[in-house]
Write a protein that binds this ligand. Structure first.
Ligand code: NAP
Ligand code: F7E
Length: 327
């Protein structure tokens, strides 16, 4: 039908990327369906403003039947699998659960697509954590993988099962190998948001120090709002292809601190203390992506710079923490 709206099913809608992707798809006039897993308290903070415009479907990547039902209801043209246990340290604490959700969950979803309508296009949220102990720098689509955590290993399985369904069943499946991307909606446990929130709390007098782990590791940080556009673009191509999405610049955690604290006139060295318990059993020391192929194929480029991103995050956390204090 000429006027039929495109339908998308998104997993992980309550997370950082899910909320930005849903906004993006609504702007493109999609009918958006989203998988929500049951929790005892509502966790819709990131999607409150669009909640009325999306169809929420109860389901879980651990539960095959719920995935089948969601697909039968949504009849999506596009499926974006953003759901995962995504916090690297938690993957050492719960390696089996991480594998069930982040690795096998993808096979469950792919099987459900195959059983309902295998023409649906599928996006898998792959990650720079696949490169782990990096074999070369910068990392591109041809760099060998060497994951360094149960999370990374789970994502490796997820990546390859996506490739395998594409090659075995001729399905339109692709994986975006996304480097770290952040925003004011980032979970508080990830280092970027922990720092921006910590800066706000210290600046406004609610805390005196911020405890961090390894300040020497380097990350290639971009803005989540830019990265969801790349996900969508990947599903609009004539044929499916896995692509690296990154800024091409890497900084240490120390540099992030320097910039974030300096922005509000604080000296990070007087505020940050090192907590050895926050070091990881195995670290990914340095990540820097080469997204030149995505730029050629998709015409994609990041729009928000590192400095703009850090300032944006600190500004939002100053508002948030200030507002919570009634200020
Ligand atoms: P996030 O904020 O941690 O969100 C994860 C989402 O997954 C949440 O909506 C969560 O739901 C959902 N989820 C967890 N377990 C589930 C289950 N059993 N069934 C269904 N849904 C489940 O992650 P994000 O930063 O938005 O990242 C989105 C995806 O991209 C993830 O797959 C992540 O691994 C991957 N990735 C992220 C980055 C990055 O830098 N952000 C980079 C590369 C790849 P609840 O709210 O109910 O917990
Ligand atoms: O750590 C160091 C830590 O937890 C970044 C996920 O979205 O991106 C994310 O994974 C670095 C590490 O992100 C603290 O040791 C120091 O070297 O913010 P993070 P991550 O592990 O890079 C990838 C691409 C994903 O796919 C993941 O899903 O920061 N670090 N001190 C710290 N990290 C945390 N969390 N907390 C600290 O106090």
């Amino acid at each position: 039908m000429a006027n039929e709206k495109k339908r998308a099913l998104v997993t992980g809608i309550t997370g950082q990327d899910g909320s930005y992707l849903a906004e993006f798809l609504l702007d493109k006039n999609y009918e958006v369906f989203a998988l929500i897993r049951r929790s005892s308290t509502v966790n819709f903070e990131r999607i409150q403003h669009i909640q009325e415009r999306i169809h929420l479907l109860s389901g879980d990547l651990l539960d095959q039947n719920s995935l089948m039902s969601a697909l039968k209801t949504a009849r999506p043209h596009e499926v974006y699998n953003l759901g995962a246990q995504s916090f690297v340290p938690a993957s050492w604490e719960q390696p089996l659960l991480t594998g069930e959700i982040t690795a096998l969950g993808v096979t469950r979803l792919l099987e459900a697509i195959r059983a309902t309508d295998s023409r649906a296009r599928f996006y898998q949220a792959s990650t720079s954590e696949l490169f782990g102990k990096v074999r070369e720098s910068p990392q591109s689509e041809s760099t060998p993988f060497y994951p360094r955590s149960p999370y990374g290993v789970s994502k490796l399985y997820a990546h390859w099962i996506t490739v395998n369904y594409r090659e075995s069943y001729d399905m339109f499946c692709c994986a975006g190998i996304l480097f770290n991307h952040e925003s004011p909606r980032r979970g508080l446990e990830f280092v970027s948001r922990k720092i921006s929130h910590g800066v706000a709390r210290i600046k406004l007098g609610f805390a005196k120090e911020l405890k961090l782990g390894n300040l020497d590791s380097r990350r290639d940080w971009g803005f989540a709002g830019d990265y969801v556009k790349a996900m969508w673009l990947m599903l609009q191509q004539d044929s499916p292809e896995d692509l690296v999405i990154a800024t091409g610049e890497d900084r240490t955690i120390r540099e992030f601190c320097e910039l974030a604290f300096g922005y509000v006139g604080l000296d990070w060295r007087q505020c940050v203390t090192i907590d050895k318990d926050l070091f990881r059993p195995a670290e990914v020391e340095v990540l820097r992506g080469d997204a030149s192929r995505a730029e050629r194929v998709l015409g994609w480029k990041p729009e928000i710079s590192f400095v703009e991103l850090v300032h944006l995050m600190v500004d939002r956390d100053l508002d948030l923490v200030g507002g919570q204090s009634g200020g």
